[in-house]
Design a protein around this ligand. Structure first.
Ligand code: CA
Length: 516
């Protein structure tokens, strides 16, 4: 570890002709930079300085890749702002290399375990939660009401149950439920209803007349005929339209909840191999440090998780699209590479229907944080995926069963990505530069900051500071190991800051289908 090294800027790759300013105060005009360079103007923290003159039309290079072409000549020492860059086209999907550089497996990591809850279906929970799943938004406030009463009147008698959660959402009716796009929200909700942290044993609250009937929500096979749908007992489903008055509705929910709570309370944490973890990765509120601190550290931890036999999900199609040429060679087989391309193409077409493209991804906060465009953001974002072979690809909302590094297609939107990853994950790692207090009610969300300043400002929201990497106080490997150990501790019951404060963002299933 280097103590208090005076790092002025970070250049990631020897080919880079820009670097990121490290000092929280930025640098002043005329400030002396390494190698005899002088700042030509004030440059804020996390923004880019030109390390050499970049002539008009020449590539601006970061991470060893072109993030844009210079719109005019950029003298050395200039602030390379967003408006100086012409964004390159996304890599064409027709000429990508398929599984041509598959990384060799790293040595397995043996003996890493966590204390988890084993479920009858073979899945493992990181939490022991009573979930009241719902088929439709119409019932959500009634279920919320019942959950408030369950938490105050029943839960104190069941100390081994971590929480009671109403699994509510905006889907279920008023939608074209036979349209092709409907399969995505339905399967997402199906897998969430059977979530490992809800003991994979759903208690479902239904209205009665909704399009998403309980049997359809829980059908094993999408598109199953009515005869193939599961027969659900009264113990599993409560239909509000079968009850007389609100008091009876609440009593029915509470009676069913009490039976479940007794069952859940009898469960105990048992040692489980790290391979039982399904860790979802995502970033939100990224800045230019994300790609050099938190995301590479998460990538290192992702490699450790893969070596320990776990499943690691990376997602966010619009933040992968501009780096797809770096990922298809890493696919374990040509088939996996073709699956990656299929997901990119599907999303290109989805965006095109809305007269948008992947450049619609970046936010004002990303740009304030020094990210010029989606190309720069994507190159930093995919660092979360580490260096392992990509073992499998899952479409939107599909449940991931493969081990190793898996691309699980989702939009990049934090709350939609998190909702879709919940179809599979039992723990979530979220990196942030600008800061987000994001959390989920069903899984622990472990937040990693890109900058120490954010970790200090939000000392009671950020779980791990990766900004130490930028100032030379820790290496990517050290923070990666810290995160790996923290993942196992949190999986075993240590609470994250989001859990401490009870922060659970609303579920937001991705519905690309029409609303009626
Ligand atoms: Ca995101």
């Amino acid at each position: 570890m280097v103590a208090d090294a005076q790092i002025v800027y970070i250049r990631v790759h020897p080919r880079d002709n820009v670097a990121i300013i490290v000092d929280p105060e930025g640098v002043a005009a005329g400030a002396c930079l390494p190698a005899g360079l002088a700042a030509r103007e004030r440059i804020p923290q996390s923004h880019k300085v030109a390390l050499e003159e970049i002539e008009t039309g020449r590539p601006v290079v970061r991470y060893g890749h072109t993030i844009g072409l210079a719109r005019r000549s950029i003298p050395a020492g200039s602030w390379v702002r967003e408006d100086l860059l012409e964004m390159p086209a996304a890599p064409p999907l027709e000429r990508l290399e398929l599984a041509t550089a598959v990384p060799a497996p790293l040595p397995p990591l043996e003996g890493y375990t966590f204390e988890g809850f084993r479920n009858a279906d073979g899945s493992v929970g990181t939490r022991n939660i009573l979930g009241l799943a719902t088929t439709v938004q119409c019932v959500a406030p009634s279920v919320d009401y019942a959950v408030r009463r369950i938490k105050s009147e029943l839960l104190p008698r069941f100390p081994n149950v971590d929480d009671v959660v109403s699994v509510t959402h905006t889907y279920g009716c008023g939608v074209a439920i036979e349209a092709p796009g409907a399969a995505i929200p339905i399967r997402t909700l199906r897998h969430i209803t059977r979530h490992a942290n809800l003991s994979a044993d759903p208690l479902v609250v239904s209205l009665g007349c909704e399009k998403l009937q309980p049997a359809r929500l829980l059908a094993e096979e999408p598109g199953a005929s009515p005869a193939q749908l599961p027969i659900l007992g009264d113990e599993s489903v409560i239909r509000l339209q079968d009850q007389r008055g609100f008091a009876e509705i609440v009593a029915a929910i509470m009676e069913a909840a009490e039976k479940r709570l007794a069952r859940l309370d009898a469960r105990r944490r048992l040692p489980c191999p790290a391979s039982a973890l399904v860790v979802g990765l995502q970033c939100g509120g990224s800045d230019a440090f994300s790609g050099v601190t938190c995301n590479p550290a998460v990538g290192y931890a992702a490699d450790l998780m893969v070596r320990a036999g776990a499943t690691v999900l990376f997602s966010e199609v619009t933040e992968v699209r501009d780096a797809i040429h770096l990922l298809t060679p890493r696919a374990a087989t040509p088939e996996v590479a073709r699956d990656l391309i299929r997901e990119m193409r599907w999303y290109d077409e989805y965006l095109a229907r809305g007269e948008a493209d992947r450049s619609a991804n970046t936010t004002p906060g990303n740009k304030r944080g020094g990210l010029a465009n989606i190309v720069e953001k994507a190159l930093g974002s995919v660092a979360k995926a580490g260096s392992s072979a990509i073992a499998a690809v899952a479409s939107h909302g599909q449940k991931v069963t493969a081990k190793g590094l898996v691309f699980a297609a989702t939009p990049a939107s934090d709350f939609i990505c998190g909702t879709q990853q919940l179809a599979s994950m039992n723990l979530h790692v979220f990196t942030t530069g600008e800061g987000s207090p994001y959390g989920l009610s069903l899984v622990p969300v472990l937040k990693v900051s890109s900058r120490t300043a954010l970790a200090e400002k939000w000392h009671d929201l950020i779980d791990l500071d990766a900004g130490r990497i930028a100032t030379g106080r820790a290496t990517i490997q050290e923070v990666g190991w810290d995160l790996f150990r923290l993942i196992l501790e949190v999986a075993g019951g240590r609470r994250t800051w989001a859990e401490h404060w009870g922060l659970g963002n609303a579920l937001a299933p991705f519905n690309p289908g029409p609303v009626t």
